[in-house]
Design a protein around this ligand. Structure first.
Ligand SMILES: [Fe+2]
Length: 307
C-alpha cells in the first residue's frame, strides 16, 4: 500500500468532557493516551499502535471537528498537498505538535463542509504487547466494548459528487458501493476505500454541511458485536439500530449514541474489495434492504439524525 494508508483520527465534540471521558474510557473501552492544553482528551483502541485515533473536546454542540487520514510518509504528504492544490483545493498546514505526538497535518475543507486532514507522522506507542513473540491479547482487550480500531466514518453533507471526485481523482480512493437517489441517476450515498477494506470513509447527500453520521469501530467477531450490545444495555446507552447486518458492505453492526448524541458503530465483517472491482449499486426503492438486510426496514433515525 502507498499513498493514503488508513483513517488515522477523528476529533469529536462532546457536551460534557467528564461524561465523555467516562463513556469512551469505561463503556467503549478505549485507552486514554493523553490530554493537552486545549482541554482535548486523546484515546486509542487497544490494538492500534499509533498514539491516538479518537480525540474529544468539550463544546456547546456535538459533532465532528475533523477526520484525518495517515499517509505513507512525508514525501507522500507533500505530493498529495501539491495534488490537492493543483486540483483547486485550498490547503493549510497545521503545525507539528498541535495534536499530541502528531506531525504536520495538511488540512482542507470538502465541498460537503467537512474538515479533512492528511498527516504522515504520529508516535507509535505500540498496542501494549511485545513486538517479539507477542500475546494475542491482554487486559485492555477485554475492558468495556474494546474495539480493535477506528475503522471508518459516515459523513452527511451536500455536493457528494464533488467529494467523490476529490477522493477518487486526487487521493487515490476507489468507489466500492453506492445508493442511487430518488431521481434514478444521482448518487445519494457513496462508500470509498483506499485499501482492501470495504470502506475507509462514506458520504451521504444531505442539505446541511459538515455533519457526522457515525464514527465506526471494528470488532473482532460477531460475538464481540453482541457483547458490545450487552455492554450498551448494561450502561443504558441509547441504541439506534441492531444488532443486524447491512446489505451494503455486508457489515454486521450495532449503531448507538454517545451521551452527547454522537452516533457510533460497533461492527465486524464486510468483504475485501480490490480497486478493479466494479462498484455495487443499490437502487433507491431497495435502500431498506441495503440498510438492514434481515428486517428490510428504512430506519427513519438513520436518515435524519446526525450531529
Ligand atoms: Fe459504518
Amino acid at each position: 500500500m502507498t499513498g493514503v494508508l488508513r483513517p488515522g483520527h477523528a476529533q469529536v465534540r462532546v457536551l460534557d468532557l467528564e461524561e465523555g471521558i467516562k463513556f469512551y474510557r469505561d463503556v467503549m473501552g478505549l485507552v486514554e493516551t493523553g490530554r493537552d492544553e486545549h482541554g482535548r482528551v486523546y484515546f486509542k483502541c487497544w490494538d492500534e499502535r499509533d498514539h491516538s485515533s479518537y480525540i474529544i473536546r468539550e463544546a456547546d454542540q456535538a459533532g465532528i471537528d475533523f477526520f484525518g487520514f495517515k499517509v505513507l510518509d512525508e514525501a507522500t504528504l507533500d505530493q498529495l498537498e501539491a495534488d490537492l492544490q493543483a486540483y483547486g483545493i485550498e490547503t493549510r498546514r497545521m503545525p507539528a505538535g498541535d495534536l499530541l505526538e502528531t506531525g504536520e497535518r495538511v488540512r482542507f475543507t470538502l465541498p460537503s463542509g467537512h474538515e479533512m486532514e492528511l498527516y504522515a507522522t504520529k508516535t507509535a506507542c505500540g498496542n501494549g504487547m511485545s513486538m517479539v513473540n507477542p500475546a494475542p491479547w491482554y487486559d485492555e482487550s477485554e475492558k468495556g466494548i474494546a474495539p480493535l480500531r477506528l475503522d471508518h466514518a459516515l459523513l452527511y453533507g451536500p455536493n457528494i459528487a464533488e467529494v467523490k471526485k476529490i477522493f477518487t481523482d486526487v487521493l487515490g480512493f476507489f468507489l466500492v458501493e453506492r445508493v442511487i437517489g430518488e431521481d434514478g441517476e444521482s448518487e445519494a450515498a457513496i462508500w470509498l476505500s483506499c485499501s482492501h477494506k470495504v470502506h475507509d470513509i462514506a458520504f451521504a447527500e444531505y442539505p446541511e454541511p459538515g455533519k457526522l453520521h457515525h464514527c465506526s469501530f471494528l470488532m473482532e467477531s460477531w460475538e464481540k458485536v453482541l457483547r458490545a450490545g450487552d455492554i450498551m444495555s448494561m450502561n443504558d446507552v441509547a441504541v439506534d439500530i441492531g444488532p443486524t447486518r447491512h446489505g451494503i458492505t455486508r457489515g454486521c453492526t450495532i449503531y448507538a449514541w454517545d451521551p452527547s448524541g454522537n452516533r457510533f458503530e460497533t461492527f465486524m465483517g464486510g468483504y475485501q474489495p480490490y480497486p478493479d472491482y466494479e462498484p455495487l449499486t443499490w437502487t433507491f426503492d431497495n435502500f431498506a434492504q441495503g440498510l438492514d438486510y434481515p428486517q428490510r426496514k428504512l430506519h427513519e433515525t438513520f436518515l435524519t439524525v446526525v450531529s
